[in-house]
Design a protein around this ligand. Structure first.
Ligand code: AHR
Length: 312
């Protein structure tokens, strides 16, 4: 991607501060807010001038932001892509301009040569861990599951669905009876859960909720309570992210399990860019972050305390 003349001591000191454009998806979830906060913090600590753009969930805004970063001649671009498809042209433009692009937390369907590296978790594995947790939790009992999917066309929505189905494969007692997008937001999680409850005997026919993120689960918990049921008991709840609010719900017995997604994607991204721009060290195409399962047995109240001031 980079010519040798462009090798520089990336973020080495404030005097040599480099400029990085960050095209963020929006602020749809607590996890997203934490990723934004941590990216800004990481940039500041490294003396990097971060140009931040909030796309408000729209791919066209992200494409416009990337074009503007290219026109400004930034040294690198961080992109958290809202959906997986439709990036080829703009990534080619960045490559043409010799500006390395690092993907954060979501994947694209484009050729791998169009970006330097991607920092993220194994999204299929996250879903699989959630599915396996449910298999163990119901221990052979019949279980009708409702699923709240993330943003349609986004890699976490696609992969977390695939992963969960993999996790429950072979457990004939578990069936996904309804599945709909809640766009990763608390408000839509609540709204869609209300329709699931209505369609499933007021909730009596639902054994578990699988939500592709914690925010949708938190919205759904509210809907379940308003329907007169006990979330975490009448309806088991498993989701993904590990944000403080889900630990609070777990501590209150209203949610059962979550799979952690670290919001610090920028640290490894800046490290990779620094090495690449110093001497051309090519990072691995995928820098994987950890996915850890937390249940009610893992001190949820303590986890809440540990995370509550981290920018979520
Ligand atoms: O891409 C990561 C997902 O996006 C997070 O799980 C979700 O909370 C966010 O909106």
């Amino acid at each position: 991607l980079l010519t040798s003349a462009a090798f520089i001591a990336f973020g080495a000191s404030a005097a040599m501060a480099q400029t990085v454009g960050f095209s963020q998806i929006g602020s749809e979830s607590g996890w997203r807010a934490a990723e934004t906060t941590l990216t800004k913090q990481q940039a500041e600590e490294r003396g990097i001038d971060l140009k931040f753009s909030d796309a408000q969930q729209k791919q066209e805004n992200q494409i416009a932001a990337i074009r503007s970063f290219i026109a400004q001649g930034v040294d690198a671009i961080l992109l958290a892509p809202v959906v997986a498809t439709g990036w080829d042209s703009v990534l080619e433009e960045a490559k043409e301009a010799e500006i390395p692009v690092v993907l954060l937390d979501r994947q694209v369907d484009s050729d791998k040569s169009l970006y330097l590296t991607a920092v993220g978790s194994d999204l299929v594995h996250e879903g699989e861990v959630a599915g396996q947790w449910l298999v163990d939790a119901v221990d052979g009992a019949e279980c009708r599951v409702v699923e709240l999917q993330g943003t349609t066309g986004s890699s976490p929505a696609i992969d977390r669905k695939t992963g969960f189905e993999k996790g429950i494969a072979g457990a004939d007692n578990i069936e996904i009876v309804r599945s709909q997008t809640g766009d990763f937001t608390r408000a839509q999680g609540k709204e869609v859960m209300e329709s699931f409850l209505q369609a499933e005997g007021g909730g009596a026919d639902i054994c578990a909720l699988y939500a592709h993120n914690d925010d949708m689960a938190v919205g759904a918990i509210q809907a379940i309570k308003e329907a007169g049921l006990k979330p975490g008991e009448d309806i088991l709840i498993v989701s993904i992210d590990a944000v403080p609010d889900i630990f609070q719900a777990m501590a209150a017995g209203e949610a059962n399990a979550t799979v952690e997604l670290t919001p610090n994607m920028a640290g490894p991204a800046f490290d990779a860019l620094k090495a690449y721009m110093a001497d051309g060290t090519e990072p691995a195409k995928f820098i994987q972050t950890e996915s850890k399962l937390y249940t009610q047995d893992d001190d949820p109240a303590g986890e809440y305390e540990r995370r509550k001031d981290l920018g979520y």
